[in-house]
Design a protein around this ligand. Sequence first.
Ligand SMILES: Nc1ncnc2c1ncn2[C@@H]1O[C@H](COP(=O)(O)OP(=O)(O)OP(=O)(O)O)[C@@H](O)[C@H]1O
Length: 726
Amino acid sequence: MIISKDLFLLGDQDYLRLPKDEKRAMVRPAANNPRLESAPSAAIQLPGAEAPPRPLELVFCGLSVCVARRPVLRDVSGVVRPGELLAVMGPSGCGKTTLLNCLSGRTKLDAGWVRLNRERLSKRWKRRICYVLQQDIFFPDLTLRQTLEYAARLRLPDTLSHAQKMQCVDHIIDVLDLTACQDTIIGDYMKRGLSGGEKKRANIACELLTNPSLMLLDEPTSGLDSHSAYSLMRCLKRYAEKEGKTVVVTVHQPSSQIFHMFNKLLLLCNGQTAYFGEVSKVVDFFNNIGLTVIPQYNPADFILEQVKGSEEMKEKIIAASKDARRLPDYPQELLPEYYSNSVNVCDKYTMPKYDDSHLPANGNVGTSGCHCQGGSWTEARNGHSPHSSPSKTVKMCAVMETGAQNSVYSTIVTVGNDEGKLCLDNQSYASSSVSSSDDDMSWHWPTSFWTQFKVLSQRNFQEARPRMLSKLNWVQTVALGVMAGLLWFQLERKEEALHDIQGWMFFSTTYWMLFAHFGALSSFPPEREVINKERLSGAYRLSAYYLAKMVGELPLTITLPAVYHLISYPMLGFHSAAVFLTLLGFLLLNTVVAQSVGFFIGASCMDMQVSITISALYTLATQLFGGYLATNISPWLRWMQYLSMVHYAYQNMQIVEFSDGAPIECAVQTKFDACTNGTKHIPVQAILDAQGASLPLWANTLVLLLFLFLFRVLGYVVLRYFRRPK
Ligand SMILES: Nc1ncnc2c1ncn2[C@@H]1O[C@H](COP(=O)(O)OP(=O)(O)OP(=O)(O)O)[C@@H](O)[C@H]1O
C-alpha cells in the first residue's frame, strides 16, 4: 500500500479483500507494472500494504431506464478510462443521478449494460465502486474525525494496525483541507455542524479512504463557492491522473476553469445523449451543427443553454450526437460487435510494432499501440484435478493499451485449439484466478466479523449516547421518578392502597415501554440511510451491525429506567434489595422488548406515518389489555391479553412485590372472596386472578424473552430480505 504525499493512495480496495494467501502470492515485479515505476517519488511505503491500486475501465452502452412508465434514460453510452474524468452535464431532471445509479448498479436497467474491465457489473463490483451521493448521509452527532476514524476502522483491512489506519485518516483530513473542522460535529437541520462544503468534502473523504479505482460523484461541487469547487475538482483531477483512477462527476454549471479539467463530457438532454466525447472537441461539435460558441464565453454555459433551448434545437443536437457514432473516432467499445462472446485477439490487437519478445514462440497476440507480456503453461482449469480432466495449454497476456496515462490491464487467455480467441478478459493483473465465474464468491470483507462488531458497537454507543441520554431525557426521568414517588409515597400494605401500588407498577411498565418503543421507532429511519449507504459499499456484514446495535445501545436503553426505579421505588416503600432488584429486572426486560418491537416496526415501514400509526395501535392495545385498566374483559377478547407485553411484565412485578414484600391486608368491606372466610391477607393468586389471565412467574418471563427473541430476529429478517438497500 502506498500513501503518496500529494494524494491519498491506500492499497487497492480489491486487494484488501483478497484472502491472505492470495495476497502473498501477488508479489509482482515492478518491471511489469508501469504504474509502480511511475509512482511519485514522494510515495511512502506502508507496512502490510503491498498492492498498488488497480485501474478500471468503465464502459456503458445503450442504457435505458423507465421510471413510472416514463423514459428517464434512453440509449446512453460512454467510456471512461483510468486516469480520466468524465463530466455528466445537462439541465435539471435530465437523468444525471439516474445515470450514476445505473453505473453503480443501484438502478435496474431496462436495456443496455455496464462493464468494468470488460466484466458485467456484478455484486462484487458494486461493492467496490465508490459512489459519493448528492446527499451527505452521516450520523449527525459524531464529529468529522470520529466519522472518518470509524470509516477507516471498518473499511481498511485488518492487516493494517490501528495506528496505520489513523495515519490514513490524518492524511485524508490534511489532503482535503479539513483540519480546522475535524472536531466539529457533522450536524443536521436541528444542530449546527459542518458547513455544506465541509460536509461535501467529508463525504468524499469517507469514500477516498478505501482508495477506490472507480469513483462516481453526484454533484460534488454543489453548494461550494467557486474557489472550493475548483480546489476540489483539481484534487480529483490529480487523483485520477496520478493514480489511474476512473472518475465520473455530475456537474450543473462548472466554471470555465473546471470545465477544461474534464477529459470527457457526456451531455444529457431529456435523458438522451446530446454529446459524448472529448471535452476539447465539444466546441467543434456545436460549430458543425451551426451553433457557434461566442468567444470569451464559458463553453459549459453555452452548451447548457443550447440543450435547454427549444424542442427543435434539442432534437437537432441529439440527432447530431447519433450521427457522431458513425465517425471513426467513436469508441470501439461502444460498437455492438465489440463484446461478442468471442473476439479475435489478432483482429483487435493487430500491431505493426508489436514486441513479442516476451512471448513464447507460438505467441500470436498483437496489439495496436499495446505492449504484451505473457507466458504459456499447462494447467488443469477450474479446479479439476489433472487426473479427471485433460490438461490444456493456457496462455495469459497482460495487455496494456497505451495512451498517455490510460493503461488498461487485460488478461487474455487462449486455450488449446481456440488460440487467437479472446476467451476471458478479467483485467485483473492482481488476480490469480483464470475464471471469473465465481465473481460473487470471491468477495471478502475488509475486516473480520469481530472487528466489525467491536467498531460498530462503539460507534452505536457513541452515536446514541447524546440522543438517548440527552439532558432533557435526564430531567424527564428524574422529574417523573420524583413525581411517581410522591404520588404513591409510602403506601400502606392494605387492600385500600392495592390499586395505587398496582398503579405505580402499571405506570412504570407502560411509560418505559412507550419511551423505548418510540425512541427506537424515531431513531431508526435516519440511521437506516447511513446503514444502507455503508452496506452498499460493502463496509460490513448486516449481522455484525445488528448484533452491535443490540449490544452497543443496551447500556443506554437501561440507564434511564434504572434511574427512575432507583428514585421512585424506595419512595413507594422499600422491602428488600431482592425485591428491588427483581422488579428492576422485569422493568428493564419489558423496556428492551418494547425497543425490539419499535425497531422491528421502524425497519419494516418505510413511511413514518404508517409506522407511528401501527405503533400507536399496538402500544395502546397493549395497555388496554395489560390487566390494569380493564379487568372485566369478555371471554372472547381475553386472548388479546396474551399479546400484551406489558401484561407479562406487570404480572411478574405483582407476583414479586406481593409474594416477597409484606402481604396486603384485607379491607373490612373486601371485594376479594378469599378474605371473607377469615383470612387476614389477600392471597397473591387472588390479586392476579382479579385481573384476568395469569401465568406463573417463569412462564411470564419466558414469554417476555420469546417476544425479545422473536422481534429481534424479525427485525433482522426484514433488513436482510425485505428492506435491502438498492
Ligand atoms: N423514483 C422516481 N420516481 C419518479 N420519477 C423519478 C424517480 N427517479 C427519478 N425520477 C425522474 O427522472 C428524471 C431524472 O431524475 P434525475 O434525478 O436523474 O435528474 P438529474 O439530472 O440528476 O436532476 P438534478 O440535476 O436536478 O439533480 C426526473 O424527471 C425525475 O423526476
